[in-house]
Design a protein around this ligand. Sequence first.
Ligand code: ARG
Length: 579
Amino acid sequence: MLPHRLIEQLLQQAVAQCLSDATIANILVRPCPDPKFGDYQTSALMSLAKERKLNPRQLAADVATRLILPAWAKMEIAGAGFLNFRLDTAIIEEVLQSAARGEHLFFELASAPRTVVVDFSSPNVAKPMHVGHIRSTTLGDCLARTFRLLGHRVITDNHIGDWGTQFGKLLVGWMSDLDRNALLADPIGEMERLYKKVNTDCESNPTSLERARFELLKLQNGDPQNLAIWHEMIDLSQSQFDKIYARLGIRFDHTFGESFYNPRLKSIVGQLREAGLARESEGAIAVFFDSVQELKAHPALIQKSDGAFNYMATDLATLQYRMETWHPDEIVYVTDGRQQLHFTQLFAIFRAWYPTLKPKLMHVWFGAILGEDGKPFKTRSGDTIKLSDLLDEAEERALRVVMEKNPELGDIERREIARMIGIGATKYADLLPNRQSDYGFSWDKMLAFNGNTAPYLQYGYARIQSIFRKLDATESLADTGEKASKPNLKLTASEEITLAKHLLNFGIVLEAVAEDYRPNYLCNYLYDLSGHFARFYEICPVLKAEGRERTARLALCDLTGRVLKQGLELLGIETPQKM
Ligand code: ARG
């Protein structure tokens, strides 16, 4: 067990002895914000004391007398009622040694694994994926990977927009104006053109609008010709999406899409009416939230007056299907912030509909991407930027940087490295900011080799690999890997100890990412790790050191490399061996 976890368990037991009714699972030990005061800290006793109107320092003292720590941990009561803990170097050496033996990588599997559905990416058929979809895709993928690594059962589902009123216009365009060659060259571009054309036409021409409605109705009623065209539109779009997912290294367990739920929609509306949750209003069917203060003014439409079911009805059917099929403990939806009301309504309807089911339902929303001018990120002509163009440009720019930094690389290797840097930088720029704030897109910033960027972290990893390339072929890490009762590595310099302690906190950070759905914690952790490593490497010679000191330093290099690689992998970022 990792030291902080053991301290946490002993602390929880001590608190239970003092306050038998306390919810001890909330009593957590976290890294101390200022290392001056210790390595770990708990602030939980102060909130416990506050709830119970106790003197917080007195409570801390009571808990402290009951808390019997192992010899390697020192404890101190501080401030208004904090407990601070400090680790002896010996235990840090021991944890390092067991990690070097491959027994763990500073994180533990969840003691109570959950089933988590992650609904992310979810682009729309016949429309290009835009930069907003990249945020959903990278965030959702990172969260899914993190849950999985921590031992949860994860189901990813790409809820593609493959149904809706837009297909009426698309069908009209397809039948009257399709350019097969253009479709072959750029399927989504051609479908987008058709849609835009019919859409403009409909604005001034009621017969066009009528025709679009008619074709939509035929599609909904299963007309074979319209269904065939619709299928072709989906297949063409999916193959374009798949190209992007392949470039991003992303896969999904399922891509059911909205249309999958069509057979359920009629019954969903019926069930909600029967349950007294939905009722007729001006010819349409809506759910009214009489007892939910924040939603009183926002009834949710589920069926339009012309009989068509909408996005909300589909999401209700989707939620019901997921509960029936996978029995998840948690469902996470990753979309932009404009859908907040939709998900608040969806979750409120579900709670009223299934009061006995208690899955955690989470809308993980994010802000917009802005151009360097602070305005919404657009092309010069004002169009939304397509994701494929963005990735092309990222790779091209990265290639220029790589050529400049390392002109000796051969062409194939150089392109492969540029691919990893370009894609990695794009993802990292998306994951680093607090997801709820808008962020400004800047090629120069995200591709810089200095600062908090993917290339900086990738470079840090590559540099560590070069240390091991220099290591004499006959030497190996077998030394650190040997089973030994006593650590055969020794930490002396403060830079070594700081780096080692930071490594020990990897798992805490991963748990926080999963708890708060915030990959930026991991980005910042890895950035700090690189900084601690750089200071260590500057002060402490590795290959020239000897004995247990050398063993320790090689282990620090190796483990920093492994944590960097694992961390970047969770962010969906590849690590070149050379740069
Ligand atoms: N297709 C939608 C969009 O592009 C996102 C779908 C999100 N998932 C969901 N279950 N509603 O905005």
